[in-house]
Design a protein around this ligand. Sequence first.
Ligand SMILES: [Fe+2]
Ligand SMILES: [Fe+2]
Length: 198
Amino acid sequence: MSSSLSYEHKIINYSREELIELVKAAVSESRFEHILRVEKMALKLAEINHFDLEKTSIAALTHDYAKQRPDQDFIEEIHAKQLDPELLSANNAIWHGVVGAELIKDELGIWDEDILNAVRHHTTGNPEMSTLEQIIFMADYIEEGRTFDGVDKARALTFNNLRDGVQYQIKRTIQYLIERNKNVYPSAIDTYNAWVAK
Ligand SMILES: [Fe+2]
Ligand SMILES: [Fe+2]
């Protein structure tokens, strides 16, 4: 299915194959393979949820575009775009989404805000997430290469109801971090409060 998808140029004026080449050149081999698996899963979730396949493909292919950039690239972009100065105290996990979206505008010419928000919010989620944001958030979590305990349950929940999958991932991720005394990003807590807390 994914290999036969061809863009109708609603978002960008170049082809899926050209976008794939640009992404491939920006990341490692293993990261690139993950990105292709995320696209495959995202397209499946888009079909289940009757969502636009072209927008889904572009968001999936670009979600980790900036993952392997040096910290300095993000710091410069935060200054150049006058983004929230608090971002300067974050790290790659946050930057590759929130600041990565700016690099995607600059370097890939993608300006669709729904796609950019899906990239911005794919690490921590967000209190409000569109269908596309939920698709990318979940596809990243349950793509075929993932093997964590509970991934089968996560897939079953998500295929049945996208929002149930989102809730499951948010809760499981925060549980995992707390059990290991790891840092929880404030934005992940905001997401938890909006999606899970009663
Ligand atoms: Fe990522
Ligand atoms: Fe990813």
